[in-house]
Design a binder for this molecule. Sequence first.
Ligand code: AMP
Length: 417
Amino acid sequence: MQTIDNFNFAGKKAIVRVDFNVPLDENGKITDDTRIRGALPTLKKILADGGSLIVMSHMGKPKGKVNAKFSLAQIKDAVAAALGVAVEFAPDCAKAADKAAALKPGEVLLLENLRFYPEEEGKPVGIEKDDPAYDAAKKEMKARQKEFAKTLASYADCYVNDAFGTAHRKHASTAVIADYFDADNKMLGYLMEKEVKAVDNVLSDIKRPFTAIMGGSKVSTKIGIIENLMDKVDNLILCGGMTYTFAKAQGGNVGCSICENDKLDLALDIIKKAQEKGVNLVLGTDCVAADAFSNDANTQVVPANNIPEGWEGLDAGPETRKLFAEAIKGAKTILWNGPAGVFEFDNFTAGSRAIADAIVEATANGAFSLVGGGDSVACVNKFGVADKVSYVSTGGGALLEAIEGKVLPGIAAIKGE
Ligand code: AMP
């Protein structure tokens, strides 16, 4: 597989898929530029080599229509400032051939939002899946998607994918475009390489013991990951709202805690599988229960399987926090996805904080720790420890699918799988 380090971009035009889907305020000002900063190493390497850049991204969900609210023109100046060079803008991403052809080494062209074209996502528009004409519409859209990808590809000599956040999507710019470049002229960017390496550290190149912490609200959304991890981990901590589905499945009283009554058998099955595979399954024994879903609710610490009527478990209790910390501190590989409580409320952060502190300690002692998938990233940011763990993933859905063991189309397209 070609790599960005081995490739000399001198005199070449590179089309780079980045994730510039940055949050904007009501005046179109960027409120968090993490994603732009994340792509800089790749973009700068290409310019430093003497290449020119055609940068493409999506922003928001314009659903295949032009919408000024999602125009990348709003971020052009910020991209220019971050790169330290002027940036030319192409207001129609599918009609940028002339601007691309005019690019000289060291110059940058930013394309308008790819998702202004339905071809980017490749989903038929205005027709429901149960419509008899849906299959034909889908086929037609897939053909149009190929044409769209071919047009984008025609702007450049080589293709770089550095958008991990969309790597789980088979879109024109994330996967289909790769068909129009031979193996020597397509590669992953630095951010993608880092994400792939981090996932590899927890799925293949595992140093033991390996502790995975899965939290969040529901078992149902995490089941694929739990099943894939069951064959790999030594300790599996299941926390957050999931705690109460497990407690109820084992005959406990969970008051009005979040609980998936249709997943009780699944919970028992997970407990059984853990026993069969010799995985140390760590579930909460006590919890901080509240009399309302509110930061200001009254609270009491009660057993996680004996919560009074009218009360709900919103955080891990003190005994549970110790159990979690013990399973984390001795680990050499750690994966954390999902909070241990309703961390958005300051009074229910203790469980997630205990996990974060233990991960920081283990990392300082040489463990590899990967934190990713939405809310756990918000947790490490809230607690100010993002730079004290080994890697914080930039990809929500993409990371979760990778951990489930799924092949990500954006990566497969480069690898030629
Ligand atoms: P998920 O998107 O499934 O990872 O879930 C994240 C959400 O789970 C966060 O918004 C948390 O507030 C929520 N959560 C964690 N623990 C609980 C709990 N005990 N009860 C209700 N929600 C919870």
